[in-house]
Design a protein. Structure first.
Ligand SMILES: [Zn+2]
Length: 202
């Protein structure tokens, strides 16, 4: 329905000799896949408001998970960061990507980034806040995955589970974050959450 509405709207504009250069939509799947094919001459942008809402929802859900409450105080800031990235980068997609990725440093109190075009923070001095700790929280979440606190394990099974958690963490700790053109929000979440699909039943 949305795609049909869009096509009809554009056809009416064309009929009235109005040329459309830029199009802003939500991330409707059919619009996204058909736009490139049907109207390649129009620049297509996603409405940052929809993206920010999606990120906020995903972070809220992530923060509800056991051991992930530390995410919650950061949600507002990450959403603001999303708007700032869109407003301050023009059409420079790499700059958008590098600025967006910088948030994963910022939340662990690192403000210099591995980027040629966005190497340094642009904010001023920051007041002390509840910074996340790189690695430690991620490892805890991996341990919780393999040895849930809701289940009691005797010493030997617990030791085995901690070993598996450590192996899993070390195996995946240096994996590159998966990124799509739209920059997956998963890129900001602890890497341990992404896992390799390994799952042990109790
Ligand atoms: Zn920063």
């Amino acid at each position: 329905m949305e795609l049909l509405g869009l096509k009809r709207g554009l056809r009416d504009l064309e009929f009235n000799n109005i040329q459309v250069q830029d199009l802003v939509t939500d991330r409707h799947v059919m619009i996204k896949s058909n736009k490139k094919k049907d109207i390649p001459e129009i620049n297509h942008y996603f409405d940052v408001c929809h993206i920010a809402k999606g990120i906020s929802r995903k972070l809220e859900n992530a923060a509800k998970k056991r051991g992930a409450g530390q995410i919650r105080p950061w949600i507002k800031g990450i959403v603001n960061h999303t708007y700032w990235v869109a407003a301050s980068s023009g059409d420079n997609n790499q700059l958008k990507l590098d600025k967006w990725r910088s948030i994963s440093n910022h939340i662990i109190n690192v403000h210099n980034h591995d980027s040629e075009i966005f190497p340094e923070y642009e904010h001023g001095e920051l007041e002390p806040r509840d910074w996340m700790q790189q690695g430690l929280d991620v490892f805890h979440s991996v341990v919780n995955h393999f040895a849930p606190k809701s289940t009691h394990f005797f010493y030997t099974p617990m030791l085995a589970r901690l070993c598996v958690a450590a192996l899993h963490y070390n195996e995946n700790g240096t994996r590159k974050q998966s990124m799509t053109k739209e920059v997956k929000v998963a890129g900001m979440l602890p890497k341990g959450k992404k896992g390799t699909g390994m799952y042990c039943k109790t």
